[in-house]
Design a protein around this ligand. Structure first.
Ligand code: SAM
Ligand code: SF4
Length: 331
């Protein structure tokens, strides 16, 4: 079988698709408060177009598709997108389709998403304090996120992972409470080191709360035992008080997993990216709209991979933050 292998020998099995750059929140580490330069509607891939790219990728060995954004649940036909992706056929069967979401539309959609074949969800919750949440996301919507989480659990999603970006002076004193909350509800907590992807380009390495500091804070309350077998997964895991609950840290900055990265990204406007931090994109939308055949889409996927770098280079002297903020790349 042909597989998507880059020049460092990394086989690619994971496609992240951004369904929209729009969002119902304005998290400070991701989007500006106002004046977001939205993608023009005609530039965004139609569902037929994005499913076609995904079908070619799945035929080439992609086994996991993660839907993201912006907020993926804002795409009006998101249930249909899930259904169509979950029934694609690859060499090892249909792909596993998962989603990263802020959860706000989960109460309305969780049951339909599950019935459509969505396998797993990650919900972003950086704080359990309503006022902090309102400051951090610039929207007073913590109760709606918590309702979304409950709806996802009621619909039978399991495991449900919670994502929190840890920020100094904002929520770094809450990591223990977040783990307690997750353990109590049977969710899996994942802490994320903040990456330089904010619209304001204000990220500061010196201010970042890193993995070592997160673990030190957690050890004040829990016994943490490292779990092996991270594979291509970004999170390193620890058993909490001998389990079965686990806590994970995604240390993209201080312990990057680039060496085993197996991801490709498709933005909502049809650009293929080999990395969150790539400075170049491959325009598969132009390929699709030129009436090209599947071999040309495959060529675009391979072209994108050919430019993939060994690592993201954050912290190296020549590092330049991508022009697009996280919300427009697809987290
Ligand atoms: N709106 C959805 C959500 O918030 O889950 C999906 C898109 S969001 C861009 C995907 C993930 O990226 C979220 O868990 C968010 O916390 C994370 N994220 C956004 N900006 C980040 C940054 N600068 N550093 C690290 N993680 C970031
Ligand atoms: Fe929206 Fe997710 Fe970005 Fe927050 S992190 S602004 S919820 S896309």
């Amino acid at each position: 079988m042909t597989v998507l292998v880059d020049r460092f020998g990394r086989a690619h099995h994971d496609l992240r698709i951004s369904l929209t750059d729009r969002c119902s929140l304005r998290c400070t580490y991701c989007m500006p408060a106002e004046g977001v330069p939205w993608l023009a509607r005609p530039s965004m891939l139609t569902t037929d177009e994005l499913v076609r790219v995904a079908a070619v990728a799945v035929g080439l060995g992609v086994r996991e598709i993660r839907l993201t954004g912006g907020e993926p649940l804002l795409r009006p036909d998101v249930v249909d997108v899930v259904r169509r992706l979950a029934t694609l056929e690859g060499p090892s069967g249909p792909p596993e389709v998962s989603m990263t979401t802020n959860g706000l539309r989960m109460p309305a959609l969780a049951g339909d998403l599950r019935a459509a074949g969505l396998a797993r969800v990650n919900v972003s919750v950086d704080t359990l304090d309503p006022e902090r949440f309102a400051r951090l996301t610039r929207r007073d919507k913590l109760p709606d996120v918590l309702a979304g989480l409950a709806a996802a659990a009621d619909a039978g999603f399991d495991p449900i992972k919670l994502n929190a970006v840890v920020m100094r002076g904002v929520n770094d004193d809450e990591v223990i409470d977040l783990v307690r909350f997750a353990v109590r509800h049977g969710y899996q907590m994942r802490f994320i080191e903040q990456m330089p992807l904010d619209a304001g380009h204000t990220w500061d390495r010196g201010e970042m709360v890193d993995q070592a500091e997160i673990l030190e804070r957690l050890r004040a309350a829990f016994r943490l035992t490292p779990l092996d077998g991270r594979g291509a997964a970004p999170a390193e895991l620890w058993l909490v008080d001998d389990g079965p609950a686990t806590v994970g840290v995604i240390a993209s900055v201080t312990a990057p997993f680039c060496g085993s990265c197996d991801r490709l990204r498709l933005t909502a406007d049809g650009q293929l990216r080999s990395c969150l931090f790539a400075r170049t994109e491959t325009d598969v939308r132009a390929v699709l709209r030129s009436g090209a055949d599947d071999a040309s889409i495959e060529a675009a996927l391979r072209d994108c991979l050919a430019g993939k770098k060994a690592g993201h280079g954050i912290g190296e002297p020549g590092f330049v933050q991508p022009d697009r903020p996280m919300s427009a790349i697809g987290g």
